[in-house]
Design a binder for this molecule. Structure first.
Ligand code: ZN
Ligand code: MN
Length: 465
């Protein structure tokens, strides 16, 4: 698999144009990224830092010496007539990733990760095609894996962890809708027991994991059909047709381009020192797998909850901060995964955008623990906290919210039981299941103002007296 990821820099790879998506066409261009004769590229230093971060996260050998090379081909979205990439000497080589699968841990080798510039975008209109060069020259890292993945499950685990880790280390937002993570897929078949890889077909430029899965399944059945009918798979490049759910050939080996790579004479080799690597290493955040293992141990949560909590770094941080303010880990997890997730979804906002802080959530949970509010009241208060940014105690005060006292609860129970003399008779006669019926009536009657535990024990007391 070859995965192209757009690096999270302020400016482009070799010029000072902004790396911005969605602005007016060709508004972020200059002589360098327009490929004007005589314009000279200057390497964006930030890109090297991000390359090293990625190298550290995926156990790569980070090369102290790497070079940029020209990959020559003509296409109208690339005005220089070549792409600046890395060929013989990439920044990262020989990495790997361990993925957790249903059958245990599997190590997937990652051959290399090299830096290169992206092309612009062609927009095809009714009677003409136009080009937007805002993306031209934005920095990419291309991550090439070994042929170690043998199923859709393997691929999905690899891609999910790749994306999650890259987001964790702030190398890219991996926003697939903006094309910031794109997958080229090489699929080949071989008979059981054979070790040599079959001839492959490459499906290029997939921008969703769902299409990746579909393309793998399609290629497997298509290639099996060719081989089983006695034919040969022809090495070829394909694109995915999402409407027809099939891949189609755009070129075969015979017309594969010869890129005539050579070192770019305008760019000196990239030199990286051990000191530089050590410094970046000391600033690396905790990676998802390590965090997952720590959460399991430190907070005694189940693995499903942990997986969801660490799915993105911000949620994980929010959880840990709320726990630091004294709330019980499992309760914090439940509030985040059930109520907070639902509210955010309904509001179509992100965790950053809402006004709730970890401290506010912790306070709410502690108020329930202290019996100051019930779960039912807490849910209403929570909604208000999110919409107006006030703390639970402020809302309790301003809305005059209070929990029913034991005496008040006793009164409600007595009055309620009087409304159901027949049921009470049957209960006394031994039909103890009716207690559930009384509880239901009382919950309705108290409208969440009574602590269910207090209600329950008081009901027992009265029924038994
Ligand atoms: Zn530029
Ligand atoms: Mn590439």
């Amino acid at each position: 698999m070859e995965v192209h990821v757009q690096l999270q820099t302020h400016t482009k790879l070799f010029c000072r144009c902004l790396r911005k998506f969605g602005d007016a066409p060709n508004s972020h261009t200059c002589p360098v990224c327009l490929g004007m004769p005589g314009a000279l590229p200057v390497l964006n230093e930030k890109v090297i830092e991000l390359g090293i971060r990625l190298g550290l996260a995926f156990n790569f050998t980070i090369n102290k010496h790497s070079e940029f090379a020209r990959k020559n081909y003509f296409y109208p979205d690339s005005p220089k007539g070549y792409q600046i990439s890395q060929f013989e000497f990439p920044i990262n080589e020989n990495g790997y990733m361990d993925v957790e699968l249903s059958g245990g841990t599997k190590r997937i080798g990652i051959t290399r990760a090299h830096l290169e510039e992206d092309a612009g975008k062609l927009i095809h209109q009714k009677d003409k095609s136009v080009v937007d060069l805002n993306r031209c020259g934005t920095p990419l890292i291309e991550i090439v894996s070994e042929p170690h993945m043998c199923s859709v499950e393997d691929v999905r685990a690899y891609l999910d962890q790749l994306k999650q880790t890259i987001q964790y280390i702030d190398v890219s937002d991996c926003d697939m809708e903006k094309g910031n993570l794109r997958v080229d897929l090489n699929v080949s078949l071989r008979k059981i027991g054979e070790t040599e890889l079959g001839i492959r077909r490459e499906v290029k430029n997939l921008n969703s994991f769902r299409f990746v899965e579909k393309a793998i399944k399609y290629e497997i059945s298509k290639q099996a059909e060719i081989l089983e009918s006695g034919g040969e798979v022809v090495q070829s490049t394909l694109l995915w047709d999402e409407k027809q759910n099939r891949s189609y050939i755009i070129r075969t080996k015979e017309d594969a381009p010869d890129y005539r790579y050579f070192p770019d004479p305008d760019l000196p080799p990239v030199k990286i020192t051990q000191q530089q690597i050590d410094k970046i290493n000391s600033q690396m955040p905790e990676l998802p797998l390590t965090k997952a293992k720590r959460f399991l141990v430190d907070y005694s949560l189940n693995s499903v909850d942990v997986e969801r909590l660490i799915s993105d770094q911000k949620t994980a941080q929010f959880f840990e901060d709320a726990v630091k303010y004294g709330a019980e880990p499992q309760k914090v997890a439940n509030w985040i995964l059930v109520h907070l997730t639902r509210e955010i979804k309904e509001l179509k906002q992100t965790l950053d955008e809402i006004q709730l802080t970890p401290k506010m959530l912790a306070e709410l949970i502690l108020l329930i623990d202290q019996g100051k509010i019930t779960d039912v009241l807490a849910r209403d208060i929570f909604k208000k906290m999110i919409s107006n940014g006030q703390s639970a105690s402020t809302i309790i005060k301003s809305d005059n919210i209070s929990v029913a006292s034991v005496d008040e609860i006793g009164d409600v129970i007595s009055q309620t039981l009087l409304k159901f003399p027949k049921e009470l008779e049957r209960f006394k006669g031994g039909d103890v299941k009716l207690k559930g019926f009384f509880m239901g009536q009382l919950m309705r009657e108290t409208r969440g103002k009574a602590d269910p535990k207090v209600l329950n024990s008081k009901l027992d007391e009265i029924l038994n007296s």
